[in-house]
Design a protein around this ligand. Structure first.
Ligand SMILES: Cc1cc2nc3c(=O)[nH]c(=O)nc-3n(C[C@H](O)[C@H](O)[C@H](O)COP(=O)(O)OP(=O)(O)OC[C@H]3O[C@@H](n4cnc5c(N)ncnc54)[C@H](O)[C@@H]3O)c2cc1C
Length: 388
């Protein structure tokens, strides 16, 4: 049996961030993934300024032209009607996860992590992980970074996520029409409690819809309508995947077994951004393990991790407050109008997407709007149809 200080399950952005951090600190690290790299991952590939900062800090990598398309042209719509077309927005980057994840994985290996690839885990106890071919890895600590359907989370908590609160997304990769501009498109009404996206890449456009699963009776119908709206190739088969949409795990692990990234439910409930939070939480989980092992107290890893990951969880709570303005029927009209007018709300949203602002920076804008929103909610409750 091979022995490691820390075994990391999953080598997406969360797992690779954890692996490189732990390996650079001198721990004996194994990184296990059921896939071999490069592998596909369903994702819009929107890479915000927050992701860029995390990638630089954790991997020492820069945004390069071969890996990213950069755009400062944003277009926001409501069922195809343009609300705002902004050509000088703060820039965002777009990437293909197949290449991006392979790059991060290879950085983790360069730092000294040992790979176990191409087979899923089949059993997990307090100190041993078993792979499908029978290989057993013994660990002092383990980080479950195995995505939304996390085996590790299921082992700890009986299920990987709450089906009532989970999000679901459908996507296609449609050929980039030669006449298409490089606008990053978001349609707020392509799905309920979610949105539609058309993100230009080098050769394709990633077109998708997603939102809270239980609030969308027929996501496939949403997708069909959005594909027609965007003039995308209607013959392509959709791929679908769950995504946590703000429903994070308040206690992300147990003792010396931690969860990071999607496995911990760390995805922004408005923008659907998960890459940055995956890298950040992977790094935090590794740092918690490094400290706990240095103290000879692996069981304290969770309490250390909870302190480090708290700011991310707090920002998701703040995002959930904003979601109450953007998504419910009673207030969505208010949000769309404010957005269309080019109010400060629009600029804040752009800054948020670009990673130049955090939800905490938006608190003032939310408080200012509470009286109007309260009135709208009341009218909606009472069924009052008068002027807005
Ligand atoms: C449709 C859709 C669109 C999205 N668009 C965006 C976007 O534009 N921008 C953004 O920032 N985020 C987006 N996200 C969210 C983002 O994709 C995730 O938050 C991010 O990938 C989480 O990274 P992770 O490392 O936690 O998990 P993952 O990237 O899912 O990696 C998990 C890894 O674990 C491995 N694994 C899984 N199970 C096992 C097992 N049993 N044994 C061994 N290995 C296992 C997998 O092979 C995989 O390599 C989107 C998500 C979806 C579904």
């Amino acid at each position: 049996m091979s022995e490691y200080d820390v075994v990391i399950v999953g080598s997406g952005p969360a797992g690779s961030a954890a692996a490189i951090t732990a390996a650079k600190a001198g721990l004996a690290v194994a990184v296990v993934d059921k896939a071999t790299f490069p592998r596909d991952k369903l994702c819009g590939g929107l890479f915000t300024g927050r992701s860029e900062k995390a990638m630089q800090a954790i991997f020492g990598l820069e945004v390069t032209e071969d890996m990213f398309v950069t755009s400062n042209h944003m277009r926001f719509l409501s069922k195809g009607r343009v609300l705002a077309d902004i050509r000088n927005a703060p820039p965002v980057h777009l990437t293909m996860r197949r290449e991006f994840d392979a790059m991060l994985h290879s950085e983790a290996l360069k730092a000294g992590a040992t790979p176990y690839l191409g087979q899923p885990i089949t059993a997990l106890t307090d100190d041993t992980l078993t792979l499908r071919d029978g290989i057993k890895l013994r660990f002092k600590a383990l980080i479950g970074a195995d995505g939304v359907n996390s085996f590790v989370a299921r082992t700890l908590f009986g299920r990987p996520f709450d089906p009532e609160k989970i999000g679901f997304g459908l996507e296609i990769e449609t050929p980039l029409p030669p006449t298409r501009d490089n606008a990053v498109e978001v349609d707020f009404d392509a799905a309920s409690w979610g949105y539609g996206w058309a993100f230009p890449k080098r050769k394709t456009v990633t077109v998708g819809v997603g939102g809270i699963n239980s609030r969308n009776e027929d996501m496939k119908a949403n997708m069909a309508a959005y594909i027609a709206q965007t003039g995308s190739d209607e013959s392509l088969r959709y791929k679908g995947q769950y995504l946590p949409f703000g429903d994070y795990k308040k206690t992300p692990g147990r003792d010396h077994i931690l969860l990071a990234g999607d496995a911990a439910g760390l995805v922004d409930p408005i923008t659907g951004e998960g890459i940055a939070l995956a890298m950040e939480s992977g790094q935090h989980a590794a740092n918690a393990v490094i400290e706990a092992l240095a103290q000879g107290k692996p069981q304290t890893a969770l309490s250390r991790y909870m302190k480090l990951v708290k700011p991310i969880q707090r920002s998701l709570d703040q995002a959930k407050m904003w979601r109450l303005i953007m998504f419910p029927k009673a207030t969505e009209g208010y949000f769309r109008k404010a957005f269309e007018r080019g109010s400060s709300l629009q600029m804040k949203y752009l800054e948020l997407l670009a990673g130049e602002a955090e939800y905490a920076d938006l608190r003032g804008a939310l408080l200012r709007r509470i009286p109007k929103l309260g009135w709208r909610l009341l009218k909606h409750r009472l069924g009052f149809k008068g002027p807005a």
